[in-house]
Design a protein around this ligand. Sequence first.
Ligand SMILES: [Fe+2]
Length: 325
Amino acid sequence: MDHRTKGEMCRERTGTGNGERARPGAGKGIKVRNGERNGAGNRDGGSAEKAVRADLHVHSTCSDGSEDLRGILARAAGLGLTHLAFTDHDCTRYAGEAQRLGAETGVAVIPGVEISASDRTTGRKVHILGYDYKRPEPIEAVCAPILRRRHENCLKQIGILRDLGYCISEEAVAPYAAGGTFYKQHILKYLYDTGQSPAVFGDVYRTVFKNGGPCDFDIEYAEAVEAVRAVAEAGGYAVLAHPGQQQNFDLIPELVRVGLSGIERNHPANTQKHRELISRLAADNGLFCTGGSDFHGIYEAKGQPLGSVLAPEDCPLPGLVLIKD
Ligand SMILES: [Fe+2]
């Protein structure tokens, strides 16, 4: 850990970060009728079809992604993506804006969210994706306390960093949090931009925020069943995110009982074995499968490019109006 003086660490510098280069998404396209836009499912019955390329797991500056909605949509259009779901953590506030921007760009945007939840019995993390919800209030009721706790947690971390000698304040980090809630990525980027850390995910991240460091503490999340129920109540489709990453396959039956609709199969953290298991579990439990890149821009140490992982062919989200050949 770098314990420089405040004067040394307050030197401003404008780092550009370790930006990643997007590459065209992989995967065979699905077919969709022309005229369907913005997840509204307004099929026009036309005969012309085009390949669907849907990235259903994308984070923006509305939570802990480094790129804003407009920039991501412009790049998505350039990559030939037809559909996108912004799944910002615990945040539905920008779904309408995202859909409007999507309409301008020609990319259909499906309302999305990723709820930070856990299994109270074991303490394991359980991320629940919510898609195509009609009214966000039930989701917001579950997410508002999470956002509040997350923000307060970051303020605590900022105080600890200041006690350690870093030059940092709430006001200094605020411009990094476009969605209004602080995430540790915002703190890390600020430290990097001001020359107080040589990399966003460098020594400060490893020694202060991880591995038992002074800022290595987390918040209380929603209960997984509560998150699934909220999405269902919102008129949406609840999907278990990347179970290969969090090893929570065994929770699926319980989550199905409270309204789970799908499992995220195509995800960078799911191995081929995980994907085969997910396909079996989906078939056994009457669930559909989804997929996406979990794009965070430079705010993920080993993040995947936008559009590098796409929804599978058999993903029948109503908002997508997918049509099998
Ligand atoms: Fe995610």
